[in-house]
Write a protein that binds this ligand. Structure first.
Ligand code: CAO
Length: 416
């Protein structure tokens, strides 16, 4: 069966996490992704956080499925010639080098455009134009600069980063969307273009509800669904809201049976207005149904702490899964706090291909997250990440290089 991006060729000049997330998605949609790695070394993540000596790390394998790998010294004049041939043959170049690195290599936008006017050049950078545009950036820097850290955590604690890699993987997703839009526009114009996804901007995009709240705070001086209300005065910027819901339906994380010893014996509970009657009945607080203080979402806001403490007395009597079963019968929105162990073992995620077991010639079997985006006409088959330079000869052969020329490049360490 053909895939959504069959026939598109991607020159994957990415490393670490943000760029590889993007090109892995394109590969899952069927593009031929050729990862260009530094001769002899490869993507630094191959050797980072290793759990098996000599085997490519999970960090690398889990971000580079379905790709081909070639090694190439792109600072060597002969390596540059190979790269020029690749640029002519590919549809998209994706890179996430430090600012200016591609230019220093000699591949400015103007030069690439001259070699292949149809090529789309897609970049992740830490920041867009401005005071920090020349900075190198990793995940947590982006979380801090994009508004996530200042709005995550508890009011009485320091700013906090989240485990979800919104700076790296989040930006990679943004970049993939930009590339697809540019490919569509190319159908009409015949021209390539530059696509830029700065990590600060991507994180801010994912934090847009907090910019919403900043403006609400400036207008009204108070946000009644925040845990600070009504006891603690608000300052002039959005405070950290603990586990309060970011939307119009108040929610919180509540303890369940076993919380004293199990760090994940908790449930997220949402007091959706539409099912308030059911909530009162399920937890045995029918008197709230007739109490004017609890009658509407607005009158309940000053009592949220008491409401959640009361619901928690009920959730503490059962496991998170027992609570889920009961609450779901009444359409009360809730969610178990699942550990990574529970997620890895969840059969339904295996069945949908979101958790996949992959076999690797050096490391053996391991679990990965498959394509979370499901296309009915373009199913994803997750194949293992390439070994360093596994496809160098194959790709150079396809580009027209003879065996002798390839051997000469190897002798000169242009490839390894
Ligand atoms: N052959 C020869 N040289 C190569 C090469 C190849 N195949 N591939 C890369 N290089 C060179 C680059 O040209 C660069 O050389 P110069 O510094 O002389 O110009 C050098 O390798 C280092 O590249 P880099 O600066 O991008 O790598 P780094 O490890 O120092 O920095 C990172 C890493 C991620 C901080 C930086 O790339 C960056 O800020 N990227 C943009 C933001 C980003 O994507 N961050 C997320 C990373 S995931 O957490």
């Amino acid at each position: 069966m053909s895939k959504a991006l069959s026939g598109y060729r991607i020159l994957d000049f990415t490393h670490v996490q943000s760029g590889p997330t993007c090109t892995q998605l394109l590969a899952w949609f069927g593009a031929d992704v050729i990862k260009v790695e530094r001769a002899g070394e490869g993507d630094a993540t191959r050797g980072q956080l290793r759990d098996i000596p000599e085997a490519d790390s999970l960090y690398f394998t889990m971000l580079n499925h379905n790709k081909r790998s070639i090694t190439l010294d792109t600072k060597n004049p002969k390596g540059k010639q190979v790269l020029e041939t690749l640029i002519k043959e590919c549809d998209v170049l994706v890179e996430n080098f430090a600012p200016g690195a591609l230019d220093r290599m000699g591949f400015t936008w103007e030069r690439i455009n001259e070699l292949n006017p149809k090529m789309i050049v897609a970049s992740v950078k830490g920041f867009g134009p401005g005071p920090y545009e020349h900075c190198k950036v990793y995940e947590n820097v982006a979380q801090c600069a994009g508004g996530s850290a200042s709005t995550t955590g508890f009011d009485d604690g320091p700013p906090m980063v989240t485990g979800a890699q919104i700076g790296d993987s989040g930006t990679g997703l943004h970049l993939a969307l930009g590339i697809l839009a540019a490919l569509l526009q190319r159908h009409a114009t015949g021209r390539g273009q530059k696509v830029l996804a700065p990590m600060q901007d991507a994180v801010l995009n994912l934090c847009r509800v907090k910019l919403r709240d900043q403006q609400r705070l400036e207008r009204t001086g108070v946000m009644k669904e925040y845990p600070q209300y009504p006891d603690t005065p608000f300052g002039d910027s959005v405070p950290r809201a603990g586990n309060a819901s970011g939307g119009g339906q108040p929610g919180s994380i509540l303890k369940c049976k076993g919380w004293e010893t199990d760090p994940n014996a908790y449930i997220y509970f949402i007091t959706q207005g539409a099912v308030w009657d059911s909530i009162c009945k399920v937890i045995g607080k029918e008197e709230w149904l007739t109490d004017p203080e609890y009658a509407t979402p607005a009158t309940r806001l000053p009592h949220l702490k008491h409401i959640f403490a009361t619901v928690e007395e009920w959730t503490k009597t059962m496991t998170k899964f027992e609570a889920m079963d009961i609450l779901n019968k009444f359409d009360i929105p809730c969610g178990p706090i699942l550990s990574m162990k529970e997620i890895a073992e969840e059969p339904s995620l295996r069945e949908t291909g979101t958790i996949v077991e992959v076999d690797h010639p050096v490391r053996g079997k391991y679990l990965t997250v498959g394509n979370p985006i499901k296309l009915s006409d373009s199913p994803t088959d997750v194949t293992r990440s390439p070994l360093l330079g596994e496809h160098t000869e194959e790709v150079l052969g396809q580009l027209g290089y003879t065996a002798e020329q390839i051997a000469a490049l190897r002798a000169e360490r242009v490839i390894s």
